[in-house]
Write a protein that binds this ligand. Sequence first.
Ligand SMILES: NC(=O)c1ccc[n+]([C@@H]2O[C@H](COP(=O)([O-])OP(=O)(O)OC[C@H]3O[C@@H](n4cnc5c(N)ncnc54)[C@H](O)[C@@H]3O)[C@@H](O)[C@H]2O)c1
Length: 350
Amino acid sequence: MAKTIKVGVIGAGMISSPHLEGYQKCPNVEVVAICDVLADRTKAAAEKYDIPKTFTSVGRMLAMKEIDAVSICTPNINHMQSTLKALAAGKHVLCEKPIAMNARQAQTMIDAARKAKKKLMIALMNRFYAGSQFLKKIIDAGKIGKPYYARSLSIRRRGVPSWGVFGQKKLQGGGPLIDIGVHMIDLTWYLMGCPKPVAVSGKTYETIGATPGHMGAFGPWDHKTYDVEDFATALVRFANGATMSIESAFCVNLDKDAYGCHIVGDKGGAGIDLQKNVVDVRTEMGGHIMDCTPKHIRENNAYHDEIAAFVDAVANNKPVPIPATEAIWTTKIIDAIYASSKANKEIRLK
Ligand SMILES: NC(=O)c1ccc[n+]([C@@H]2O[C@H](COP(=O)([O-])OP(=O)(O)OC[C@H]3O[C@@H](n4cnc5c(N)ncnc54)[C@H](O)[C@@H]3O)[C@@H](O)[C@H]2O)c1
């Protein structure tokens, strides 16, 4: 009989719920423990998801020998610390996005996973949407030719999260770029075939988030602690000559919100709108300019599929589908956007 994978979850806030639901859907998984610095949160999660043990100390939870793997669902500032502790305790790790506050921390995590010979996957779940997987298949099959340009859009006109610490640079590492931009930059880059980034020119703007009196689609946010960018724009150059433009915002006075990407090749183009779950492929057919849209795209829960993929990799000793060694590239791009904005010049990437 297949071994049961025993899991512990670190952080019992908003994103822990899809992790816990995802694990509950896996027949070969038992969530045996949950840890949060706030005891009322672990208690609530333990009751809701029937988890036998609760902790307020990560170290104590990791001392449980039977735990094979952990999900790290804490704010960005804690990703590296909890990952290093979990790897040192011999656990496989699924860490929430972004991999870390910056690429230096990400590299430390990668080195630790290599040393511990454990799996380290990053939860960039946009790759798991059925529409994303459909686009990946057709782009890899050459249907749009060689991708040479892409647009990555994660734009909220007034969408500063009103919960958590998303507006605090010291706890998050940055604003929309590192929170929602990271998801969309990763998906765009993945669909382009993961080309090597070589240079980044970017600019960030702070005009709305830190001033009182603005409306928020997610309710009022704390403008007093808000010290991250409102909006970022950038151009990334890749070694193969391709480029990616990026727009990412928690608040910007643009016409509409956007959460998707477009990939352009020499034979056609393709895009995905993750707000509407709509995929489109642009081509020419019978001497005409054509837009093709699938009649039906499966509605899937990308979080649950991500968890199932992590469990499959652990249970069957397979490579994880989103290794930290890939996820670090998105963080290198984001670091370079901040550096470029500060220095007012293009940054070369190693
Ligand atoms: N994949 C996605 O779509 C998605 C969506 C939301 C958040 N996230 C990511 O998940 C992470 C958490 O976000 P959230 O929205 O759940 O935040 P949250 O504030 O709701 O929850 C974070 C929890 O971590 C706990 N915590 C903080 N430090 C801790 C520590 N040292 N040990 C144990 N627990 C600790 C907090 O008490 C809190 O309960 C962030 O990195 C965020 O980027 C991902």
